[in-house]
Design a protein around this ligand. Structure first.
Ligand code: CP
Ligand code: NVA
Length: 333
């Protein structure tokens, strides 16, 4: 049963429920491509509450809401009282009385949990410091599109192993039965409580979990995944992170060590792979570096599926909104 539920973190849903949402997203993608209307949320109003910036998540929620016949309203950090003059719980009550669903992107996981508890409407986590669950649906949808299935595949995440993406990939892989390796320096490995949660899920699914600082662990990977070295809200830590993570850059030499010619490259984006951004120009002036977590060569290689992955944010977010807010008949999964 999906109706009325929130997506706050991956463990809120079972393996079967996540699989259902992924398959529903693949179905909705086909409907969109065939121009078949799917206005399951006609007349609904959706609040898009953002504390942090976004291109993909904001665009995906906006277009998904429109495709579903709903009206999205963007509430950014400079638009609303939330964060400065009004508490999360008070904001939740007001938004919940007016809107039928709320997307939240922000810092604290506790805020998205409070929004869900106090608003009385479905709340969708569009990223917090701890989790990025809608990204997971798009990512495993993409892996399924490419390989036909994600079960038993081996995903290797390299980089900042204690950020939202690493947490979400570790726990979601463990739920879904995907083997996952996190390669990160010891100082940037997942927190123990996240590792424990993943281990609990892996014991059920049969997923193999590896956490290591050793780059040789890329061998046999089906997916190489990386993310920015400095997440939103941590911008004062660039110097330290660059020093810690430069050896963990995903470049062609490392990619080839997988020994798997079918291995794909994934990244949630945005990515620092060239000098075409202001941030990267500033870093270049200070350090001489021209690319960070991934080289331009790997980013643009045939193995890279990053833009397919980005497009899938739309279809997967649409699946979550329709399943939790639409009056759909969904057989018990
Ligand atoms: N991947 C992702 O969440 O992108 P945005 O920050 O642009 O939403
Ligand atoms: N770890 C990144 C993900 C961006 C989609 C961040 O939080 O900034």
């Amino acid at each position: 049963m999906f109706q009325g539920r929130s997506l706050l973190k991956e463990v809120d849903f079972t393996k079967e429920e996540l699989a259902y949402l992924i398959d529903f997203a693949i179905h909705l993608k086909k409907l969109k491509q065939a121009n078949i209307p799917h206005q399951y949320l006609a007349g609904k109003n959706i609040a898009l509450l953002f504390e942090k910036t976004s291109t993909r998540t904001r665009s995906a929620f906006t277009v998904a809401a429109n495709d579903l016949g709903a009206h999205p309203e963007f509430l950014g950090p400079n638009d609303v009282q939330f964060g400065k003059k009004e508490s999360t719980a008070d904001t939740a009550k007001v938004l919940g009385a007016m809107f039928d669903g709320i997307q939240f992107r922000g810092f604290k996981q506790k805020d998205v949990e409070t929004l869900a508890a106090a608003s009385g409407v479905p709340v969708w986590n569009g990223l917090t410091d701890t989790w990025h669950p809608t990204q997971m649906l798009a990512d495993f949808m993409t892996i399924k599109e490419i390989f036909g299935d994600y079960t038993g595949k081996h995903l290797v995440y390299i980089g900042d192993g204690r950020n939202n993406m690493a947490n979400s990939l570790l726990v979601t892989s463990a739920i879904l039965g995907v083997h996952i390796t996190i390669i990160a320096p010891e100082s940037l490995q997942p927190e123990q409580n996240i590792q424990d949660l993943a281990a609990e899920k892996a014991a059920i699914s049969g997923s193999q979990l590896t956490i290591t600082a050793d780059l040789a662990a890329v061998k046999g990977a089906d997916v190489i995944y990386t993310d920015v070295w400095v997440s939103m809200g941590e911008e004062d830590q660039y110097d330290q992170r660059l020093a810690q993570l430069l050896p963990y850059q995903v470049n062609a030499a490392l990619f080839n060590q997988t020994g798997n010619k079918d291995c794909i490259f994934m990244h949630c984006l945005p990515a620092f792979h060239d000098l075409e951004t202001k941030t990267m120009v500033d870093i270049h002036q200070k350090t001489g570096l021209t690319e960070l977590e991934v080289t331009d060569e790997v980013f643009h290689s045939e193995q890279s599926v990053v833009f397919q992955e980005a497009e899938n944010r739309l279809h997967s977010i649409k699946a979550v909104m329709a399943a939790t807010l639409g009056n759909l008949f969904i057989p018990k999964v």
